[in-house]
Design a protein around this ligand. Structure first.
Ligand SMILES: [Zn+2]
Length: 90
């Protein structure tokens, strides 16, 4: 048995806390990086193989490879808003 550090955004693990910190800042599932994976308007277009689609026709190659997509919308925006309203007691 080994103790590992796990990414807050995906299932990746590492024996080094420093390595995991570095991964988290660039993780494709970290919403600050604005990748297709966390975007509300992104969709799966392929049936037999993976093809990324986009409801507003942004460049999905860039959205998956580089992130920081200009059309990115956070998938859980409504939940974020509800959580904030709950915090404020509204
Ligand atoms: Zn990760």
């Amino acid at each position: 048995m080994k103790q590992v550090w796990k990414c807050d955004f995906c299932s990746q693990t590492d024996l080094s806390a420093e390595q995991m910190s570095q991964h988290e800042t660039k993780c494709t599932f970290n919403k600050v990086n604005r990748y297709c994976y966390t975007c509300k308007v992104s969709r799966e277009d392929g049936y037999d193989w993976h093809i990324r689609g986009c409801d507003i026709n942004e460049d999905t190659f860039r959205g998956e490879e580089e992130g920081n997509c200009p059309g990115w919308v956070y998938e859980y925006l409504e939940k974020d808003r509800d959580d904030k309203l709950n915090e404020l007691g509204i």
